[in-house]
Design a protein around this ligand. Structure first.
Ligand SMILES: *Cc1c(COP(=O)(O)O)cnc(C)c1O
Ligand SMILES: [Zn+2]
Length: 405
């Protein structure tokens, strides 16, 4: 029996057969995958399975398990942060550490599902439009699938990310422009060349992977909802997927209770959604030239902005923006309190939480989860050494004893 029952328009509810399609013909809104709830297993069945995100198979849009591409991604640690929590005055602070996925960001989830779906569709090539991390993930899963991979990314990507993408053998199409320019070119490639650009061609399927982050957090909290989540915002797809995942846990009865407050976080140099939230608008004004060192989330025209605003407001959360200085401080704070090293996009949740905690806007007993979405080794140049941090010595004990006295 088919797992995916239909694709349903997020706005008007019109339904479509589960084939390749990104939006509704009537209102151009995204379409979402609808599952057969009867196939969703019990908690104990899920708990006994492999510790990868594929343990939620019945809520993922792959029909035939033979199409699964498995790099052992997901089921990443949910870390109870006692030291950071004490500094911020929070007793129940957790970090969901997705920096330790096989390709070093949460993009293993949508990338893995997206390329698996391309295999199921029998497509000749895969690709993506990316700010860097999705390209690495799609590149790695394309290796598993034996498919050629073409990634569209802004030309001024950090070299640490380019090296990883090229190592997997992907072809990098370095677009001289912003992410939004790269994305527009990828749409044309999808239409004209028949490549499965996973976040364009089969977007409704691809985005499903990200909701496993929500499934894991709740399962790791003993099948309960936290009180509040902090989530970085690029296109907004991750926050929307987390909202969808939480709703599905509630609707299938796997987790009882009310949804957590969803807090979205942008960088100030690219904060279209935070601006709209602050002014009470439902639409965003795109940022033409994003200017932030958080390149993974530097998306000036976020496709899912309208829904982010809806879900954030609907759960009583907020959208905030943090400065590049706050981001670098947060990278160091997380590394020095919890031993977790993240890139700027993964640090924005920590930066906003820190500010709100200092303003006493978070109750000390709230269960708070920060989604740390990417690895610090992706951006190694950001933490500048303090004058006393590096002690250069000639190779003698005498020299060592002089400087350590
Ligand atoms: C892609 C990405 C995000 C944001 O994802 P969206 O789904 O585009 O909102 C956040 N953090 C990291 C590290 C990313 O790579
Ligand atoms: Zn519609």
């Amino acid at each position: 029996m088919r797992r995916v029952v239909t694709l349903r328009c997020r706005d008007c509810g019109r339904e479509y057969p589960p084939t390749k399609r990104a939006v509704c013909d009537t209102c151009f809104a995204p379409v979402d995958v609808v599952y057969d709830w009867a196939q969703v297993p019990r908690r104990t069945t899920i708990e006994a399975r492999d510790r990868t995100f594929w343990r939620y198979f019945e809520l993922l849009p792959i029909e035939d398990p033979r199409h699964i591409l498995d790099l052992r991604a997901g089921f990443t640690p949910l870390v109870h942060c006692q030291k950071l929590g004490t500094q911020l005055g929070l007793r129940q602070l957790y970090v969901k550490n997705d920096a330790v996925n096989p390709t070093f960001s949460f993009k293993d989830r949508p990338g893995g599902v997206g390329v698996s779906k391309a295999v199921e569709f029998g497509d000749p090539a895969v690709g993506c439009a990316s700010t860097g991390n999705l390209a690495a993930a799609v590149g790695a899963y394309a290796v598993k699938a034996n498919l050629p991979c073409y990634v569209f990314a802004p030309a001024q990507l950090e070299y640490s990310k380019i090296g990883q993408i090229l190592a997997y053998g992907a072809r990098l199409i370095a677009v001289k422009g912003t992410y939004d320019d790269a994305n527009r070119l990828a749409v044309l490639a999808s239409e004209e060349l028949g490549w499965n650009i996973v976040n364009v061609t089969s977007r409704p399927f691809y985005v499903e992977g990200s909701k496993t982050l929500a499934f894991e957090i709740c399962e790791q909290l003993g099948w309960t909802f936290p009180d509040r989540l902090f989530i970085p915002l690029g296109s907004g797809a991750l926050l929307c997927a987390i909202h969808r995942g939480l709703t599905q846990l509630q609707q299938t009865g796997l987790v009882p209770g009310t949804l957590p407050k969803l807090n979205g976080v942008e960088a100030e140099g690219c904060a279209p959604i935070a601006d709209a939230f602050a002014s009470g608008d439902e639409q965003v004004r795109p940022v033409e030239h994003p200017a932030t060192l958080a390149s993974s989330i530097a998306i000036g025209d976020p496709g899912d902005a309208r829904y982010v605003l809806k879900y954030v407001r609907g759960t009583g959360g907020l959208v905030g923006a943090v400065t590049d200085e706050e981001i670098v401080e947060a990278i160091k704070l997380l590394a020095r309190t919890e031993g977790i090293y993240t890139e700027p996009a993964g640090a924005v949740p920590i930066a906003l939480l820190r500010r709100l905690a200092h303003e006493r806007q978070i109750d000390p007993d709230e269960r708070v989860v920060c989604c740390v979405t990417g690895n610090g080794l992706k951006t190694p140049e950001l933490v500048k050494p303090e004058p006393t941090a590096i002690l250069e010595v000639p190779p003698t004990f005498e020299a060592l004893s002089l400087i350590t006295r």
